[in-house]
Design a protein around this ligand. Structure first.
Ligand SMILES: Cc1ncc(COP(=O)(O)O)c(C=O)c1O
Length: 391
């Protein structure tokens, strides 16, 4: 067995997850806020595009994707961020952003060199760490804190730590905290990464999921001011267009780094089927359905935030994404999540995302608005009965 698997071990909260799984299988209503996989249907015009593209003859897709898809991605980048990118040299489609993030070290890491570390912020998304480990590198997790707004500050790490890194990962809007950053922050991280020869990977799969009336989260592409050297940005249709099951993402950035991945990726076989790529063209080319989805998440967000406020439960981050990051009263996130589970409400304990998440709960706004309203009623009753502390 690969020793990396042994080293990673089991999931830290396996017992909690087993219980949650049992609960989902039971007939009684369960309010599941634990998995970031929303249930709103994929817009009909996207499904139609997939069906219309189902050819009688099925052939292998290419790693570079169909030109129309790369153009559609570049078109969206232009509309959304005002940044012009070359669809042939600066854009690469992927089968969702997870695999692209995980596989990136296979293209960029020289496992025999002194630069083998991947820097990432914890609590955070595991593929930043795991991609590096499976490619023969090392993980350098940096604890994020509420005092610093859950921001990963590269210049605070010191020379030695930066000089042994081959990549540093940012992820704003951030999973699990929902924290956001501004363009000045991104610009500062890019300057530090460049000064130390570190590639800056920015996972922006939630960049379209923000309160409709709030500021639109910026992209590292904007902060790069026309020079994409050392920059890789990861996008996804999963959350933007309700397409988690389609597996559609994109990598945009430095032509040399894109070229390396374009050479590496045919070895894996991650090209999306062409009918999926055609659906992705439709999705990237339309912005109206995304605005509608934002309204749907906003309604759910308002319901849950109003309740948290009413019972005195404090949130951190929670500025964008469809996650709310709630301080567990008493500081024991696992105990609070277990008590919620007893009322059939499933929330993720923050410690599931790394020790720095201890004391927090992540609520993914996945149930529909009715489900959110019903869940907060159950939660309110549990607090009134003394089964759960309020804030
Ligand atoms: C921070 C982050 N990045 C990337 C992904 C992967 O998304 P996908 O592979 O569906 O594009 C997720 C999924 O939940 C995520 O939370």
């Amino acid at each position: 067995m690969n020793p990396v698997l042994t080293r990673l071990g089991g999931y830290p909260l396996a017992a909690f997850q087993d219980l949650a799984r049992e609960m989902r299988a039971q007939p009684e209503p369960t309010y599941d806020f634990s998995i970031g996989d929303p249930v709103e249907p994929t817009p009909p015009f996207i499904r139609r595009a997939l069906i219309d593209a189902l050819d009688p003859v099925s052939q292998y897709p290419t790693a570079a994707g169909i030109p129309e898809l790369r153009q559609a991605i570049a078109g969206w980048v232009g509309r959304r961020f005002g940044v012009a990118v070359d669809p042939d040299t600066q854009v690469l489609p992927s089968s969702g952003s997870k695999e692209a993030i995980f596989h990136t070290p296979l293209a960029l890491l020289d496992a025999g060199s002194s630069r083998r570390h991947a820097i990432w912020g914890a609590p955070g998304y595991q593929p930043y760490e795991r991609g590096a480990l499976f490619a023969g590198g090392e993980s350098d997790a940096v604890d994020l804190s509420p005092e610093r707004g859950w921001r990963l500050e590269l210049d605070a790490l010191g020379e030695a730590r930066l000089d042994r890194a081959f990549i540093a990962w940012l992820n704003y809007p951030h999973n699990p905290t929902g924290a956001v950053v501004d363009e000045a922050y991104l610009r500062a991280q890019l300057a530090t990464a460049r000064a130390h020869g570190v590639v800056l990977g920015s996972d922006e799969c939630y960049v379209e999921i923000h309160p409709p009336s709030g500021p639109r989260p910026p992209s590292l592409l904007q902060a790069a001011d026309g020079d994409l050297s050392g920059v890789l940005v990861y996008f996804s249709l999963s959350k933007r267009s309700g397409m988690t099951g389609y597996r559609c993402g994109a990598v945009v950035g430095d032509p040399a780094l894109i070229a390396a991945q374009r050479i590496m990726r045919p070895n894996i076989g991650t090209g999306s089927p062409e009918f999926v790529q055609r659906a992705a063209v439709a999705a990237w080319s339309d912005d109206d359905h995304v605005a509608e989805r934002r309204e749907v998440f906003e309604e759910k967000r308002r319901i849950v935030l109003a309740f948290l406020d009413e019972v005195g439960l404090r949130t951190g981050g929670s500025e964008a994404t469809f996650y709310l990051w709630v301080a567990a009263p008493g500081g024991d996130d696992v105990a609070y999540a277990q008590a919620l589970l007893a009322r059939r409400i499933i929330a993720s304990p923050g410690s599931a995302f790394g020790p720095a998440g201890t004391g927090w709960l992540r609520l993914a706004l996945v149930p529909d608005a009715e489900g959110c309203a019903a869940a907060v009623d159950v939660w309110r009753t549990a607090i009134a009965e003394g089964a759960l502390p309020g804030g």
